[in-house]
Structures are given as structure tokens and as C-alpha cells.
Design a protein around this ligand. Structure first.
Ligand code: NOJ
Length: 549
């Protein structure tokens, strides 16, 4: 186990932690079936300890039919056989703790899988049974109830409602699913649901989890009466919503988080809760991390910012002010399993909505080398900022977005639920390359891989970068060392005067200069601690340097 709260080292560890997201299907496959698994993760944990991160966040590994890559959970207290066993989960948590890494697990409270026994019981119990009240069943509109109860759309395309057939063969009511049709939404006004989730939290806290990442933490409360809304998620950027929305960011969710905070506080060791919540503006987002609610929230405002100095500075200031205003640290994140990997995303001519990817026919295909240079420059901004940073697996290798995945290999429900096959999130989920010459680049002993790996990924393999000066992996390692040694995560930021398209700020005793212009600029005279790319006495464009202040 990591230190307990009586040890000063661990006091509120999450305030400045660097947390590495493992996407279990794609990290390392020990069984050889082409899908990553828990023993695979355990076998590679030393990579993360060497990298220098503080914690690991595991995306869902629970029992699941895998229609949404595990975010469709059919048993929250068991491991999917595809990924291992409960003993494997225990072994993973134990090994991580031995290595000094904390473990954050995912919890998916907005919806379960339709294969979850709670939903199956609700279907079987029939009309009017209390089991139906666990989920959101409503009669349809129109003659014979043949139209969905309202006009809400699924995040993956198509209506957010599916009609059931009762046991006697008659058409029944509809159930709500803001995501895939196999992901029915819970009814959080029913105390039965809240009680079950308390048990789930305790189950994983008891097994040693140091925290939870909470899926769709802005979506659990729905407006009474479920009124229509005029939003097409695939056209407007999905889960963002402005005021008074019937299902996003409603005030009623805060009582749920207060309850969860109380559960977390039953345990020692500063257990932490982090919200995946697409809420804007940032000062509204900050409501999720008030002292009696969650500890952290992902800063999607930062993730969505484009590569523009003024925009970046504004979002940094707003974040620190908004989160700081409620006594919470800001978080910073550039990549995750739902978004085009940041070197490519920051190089697109037009920003893409969250959840939408790039595919073979996309007109906007950034070039790999300049995109990587920009991505590395962005990383050295993020890792210098005070607060907690999230690193998505593979970004430490500089992985590009995988664009040329053939249609018949695609897996993301978005591709299948939209009429024209909108490219979803497969490109950022391709299994990691570990060794340049091994089958599946060391991801799997058999060479299988649930999404195809581009042939060019040999050069990105971890083993090909380890110890190589200037490699992306070595840059991340150095950055995390400097960050720790200079206390960047707990420092304060001061902006230095700068010309347009250049960011210049100091945190602790580190001065960070970011050249976002098209031309090189003179490099200030100071000791160079780290640079995101080659420098001389000039700082090339799309390069960040850390200098001793
Ligand atoms: C957010 C998760 O990050 C995403 O991968 C998932 O599809 C949705 N929530 C639904 O659970």
C-alpha cells in the first residue's frame, strides 16, 4: 500500500500528481488473444514507475459485452474474462503499490450494460414492477407509442431511446440510453441505485483502489418530464452543454457527489474522486470540486484549446482562477481514449468535436514530424503547470493518431451508428508498441492486435526510445524528474512579458518559453533544463524550453 494519510508525503497526493491513463485493451496483452489484459499491465508497470508518474488510472476492466470497449459494464464487481480475473486485479494493485504507484479505477454510474442483471431483471419484471424504476423507461409518443418519448439523441448517433418488447410479445415502453443502445441510463432519483453504487465504491476501495475516475459525471441527473432539446451531439460537440440543459450539468448531480465524498472519506490514504465532466464555463466546472464534492475534474477546456498563445494563456488563467476559487487544484490533460492524440489534434486546420476522429478519407491529415514537434512542445507546457496532469498511454512515445485503419477493422460504435460511418475514436486506441522487432511490436506474444498497428510504429516502440537522447520517451522522463525536483506541480505561475505568439511564464524556479509563432526567436540566456526539440541560440517555432529562472 502507498503511505497513509498520517505520512506527510502522501497528504493530498492528488493535488500535484501526474496520473497515467492505462487503456487496458491496448496496453499489453499477456494472454495472446490480441486484447490487452490485467496480467499484461502488471508485467509492464515498471515502465510507468521508471517514467516517473505518481498514479495509474485504469479505464474499465469489468465484466462487459465490450460494445463500448468496457464502458458498458455488466458486473461492476468482477473482471471481464477477456482481461483477467479478480485475483489479477488484486495482483495489479499490489504490484503498483509496491512500485509506489497509486491506482485509480474507473466507475461508470450513468449507465450499465443492457446485459447487466439489474437491467435484465427490470425487463423480466414487467410493466409497473419496481425493478423497472432502476432505469428510465417511458411510454412512447404518437399512436400506439411508436415514437420515442422525446427527441434526445445518442452520443454515438441515432435516437437515445430503444423500445422493448414485453414477454408476451406486445410492444412495450422505451428506455433511455444517452450512449449506445446497449447502455441503458440509470434513474438516479431512485435511492436503490445510489445504494448499489455506494457498495461498488466500497468494493474497490476495500481492494485497495486509491480513487475513482467517474464516467459522465455531468449526466446522471435528468430534468423532470424529460423535455425535448434541440441538439445533435455529433454536430455540436457532444457532451458540452450550456445552461439549463435537460441532461447535462444539472444542479441535482451535486448531491450524488457529496454522498460519494462521504464514502471516500470513510477510508484512509486520501482516496480521490475525479470527474469526467464536460462542463463549461470553467467556473461552473469548478462546482464539481467544491470542498465537499469531488477532488478533481478533468479540464476539458484546456484539452480543447487550440495551438494559439492567447487562447492557451486565457484557459490557463481561467482554470487556475476557477479551480483555485474553490480550493481545488487545476488539472491538465491533452490526450485520452476519446480524442485525437494531441500532436495531431493540435495540428488540425479545423478543430474536431470531442469523440470524432480522423480516417482514411479525412481531408485534414497532419504530417507526422511537425505534428510530433508541436505535440512535444504542448507537453512541456502541460507538465510545467501547477496542479495535476493526466498523461494518456502512448503519448510518452509520441504516438501519432492511427488514421489508416480499414473500415472493416473499426470498432467504435460511432462508426456503425452514423449513416455515413463517422470516424470515431479507434485512431487513439491502437495497441502500444513496446519492442520494434517483436510480433505486434511486443504488445502481444502471438502478434494479434484488436486494432491494427501501423507498420511505421516500430520506430515509436518504447525499447527503441529508451536511453536514446532526444527521444520522446526520454523527454517525458526528464520532464517528470524536473517537475518533481522543482516542485512545479505545487508552484505558482507568473507570466513574463512576451511578444505575440510566444508564451513566457515562470513556475517555482523554472522559466518556460513556448514559441508558437512561425519563426525562430532568440533564446533567453539562462541554463537550459529541458527542451522539447533541438535548440541552438535560437528557439525554433513549435518548441518549448524550460530554463532555470
Ligand atoms: C466517456 C468515456 O470516456 C467514453 O469512452 C465512453 O464511451 C462514454 N463515457 C460512455 O461511457
Amino acid at each position: 500500500m502507498p503511505n497513509t494519510s498520517s505520512d506527510p508525503v502522501s497528504v493530498e497526493w492528488w493535488r500535484a500528481a501526474v496520473i497515467y491513463q492505462v487503456y487496458p485493451r491496448s496496453f499489453a496483452d499477456a494472454s495472446g488473444d490480441g486484447v490487452g489484459d490485467l496480467p499484461g499491465i502488471t508485467s509492464r508497470l515498471e515502465h510507468l514507475a521508471d517514467l516517473g508518474v505518481d498514479a495509474v488510472w485504469l479505464s474499465p476492466f469489468y465484466r462487459s459485452p465490450q460494445n463500448d470497449a468496457g464502458y458498458d459494464v455488466s458486473d461492476y464487481c468482477d473482471v471481464d474474462p477477456l482481461l483477467g480475473t479478480l485475483d489479477d486485479a488484486d495482483a495489479l494493485i499490489r504490484r503498483a503499490h509496491e512500485l509506489g504507484l497509486r491506482v485509480v479505477v474507473d466507475v461508470v454510474p450513468n449507465h450499465s450494460s443492457s446485459e447487466h442483471k439489474w437491467f435484465q431483471e427490470a425487463l423480466a419484471a414487467g410493466p409497473g414492477a419496481p425493478e423497472r424504476d432502476r432505469y428510465i423507461f417511458r411510454e412512447g409518443r404518437g399512436l400506439d407509442g411508436a415514437k420515442p418519448p422525446n427527441n434526445w439523441l445518442s452520443m454515438f448517433g441515432g435516437p437515445a431511446w430503444t423500445r422493448i418488447t414485453e414477454a408476451d410479445g406486445t410492444p412495450g415502453p422505451w428506455y433511455l440510453h444517452l450512449f449506445d443502445t446497449t447502455q441503458p441510463d440509470f434513474d438516479w432519483t431512485n435511492p436503490w441505485v445510489a445504494d448499489r453504487f455506494d457498495e461498488i465504491l466500497r468494493f474497490w476501495f476495500d481492494r485497495g483502489a486509491d480513487g475513482f475516475r467517474i464516467d459522465v459525471a455531468h449526466g446522471l441527473a435528468k430534468a423532470p418530464g424529460l423535455p425535448d432539446v434541440d441538439v445533435d451531439p455529433l454536430r455540436t460537440g457532444g457532451e458540452w452543454a450550456d445552461d439549463d440543459h435537460p441532461y447535462w450539468s444539472r444542479d441535482e448531480v451535486h448531491d450524488i457527489w457529496r454522498r460519494w465524498r462521504r464514502v471516500a472519506e470513510e477510508y484512509d490514504g486520501d482516496r480521490a474522486l475525479v470527474a469526467e465532466a464536460w462542463v463549461r464555463p470553467l467556473n461552473k466546472m469548478a462546482l464539481w470540486v467544491r470542498p465537499d464534492e469531488l477532488h478533481q475534474a478533468f479540464n476539458f477546456g484546456y484539452l480543447m484549446a487550440t495551438w494559439d498563445a492567447a487562447e492557451l494563456r486565457a484557459v490557463i488563467d481561467d482554470s487556475l482562477a476557477a479551480f483555485g476559487g474553490v480550493g481545488a487544484p487545476s488539472t491538465w490533460v491533452l490526450s485520452n481514449h476519446d480524442t485525437v492524440r494531441h500532436p495531431f489534434r493540435l495540428s488540425l486546420k479545423e478543430p474536431l468535436p470531442h469523440g470524432i476522429g480522423i480516417g482514411p478519407n479525412s481531408p485534414d491529415r497532419p504530417d507526422e514530424a511537425p505534428a510530433l514537434a508541436r505535440g512535444r512542445a504542448a507537453t512541456l507546457v502541460m507538465l510545467a503547470l501547477p496542479g495535476s496532469a493526466y498523461v494518456y498511454q502512448g503519448e510518452e512515445l509520441g504516438l501519432p493518431e492511427a488514421i489508416d485503419i480499414p473500415d472493416d477493422a473499426r470498432q467504435d460504435p460511432t462508426f456503425f451508428s452514423t449513416p455515413d460511418g463517422v470516424y470515431g475514436r479507434d485512431g487513439c486506441r491502437v495497441p502500444l508498441p513496446w519492442e520494434p522487432d517483436a510480433p505486434a511490436f511486443g504488445f502481444s506474444p502471438t502478434g494479434k492486435s484488436w486494432l491494427p498497428q501501423p507498420a511505421s510504429w516500430a520506430e515509436y516502440a518504447a525499447a527503441a526510445q529508451l536511453g536514446v537522447e532526444g527521444s520522446t520517451l526520454e523527454m517525458y522522463k526528464s520532464a517528470l524528474t524536473v517537475r518533481r525536483e522543482h516542485g512545479l506541480g505545487t508552484g505558482n505561475i507568473a507570466w513574463n512579458e512576451s511578444i505575440d505568439d510566444v508564451l513566457d511564464f515562470t513556475v517555482s524556479d523554472v522559466r518556460v518559453v513556448v514559441n508558437m509563432s512561425d519563426e525562430e526567436i532568440p533564446l533567453p540566456h539562462a541554463e537550459v533544463l529541458l527542451a522539447s526539440g533541438p535548440i541552438t541560440d535560437a528557439l525554433p517555432h513549435d518548441t518549448t524550453v524550460w530554463l532555470r529562472a
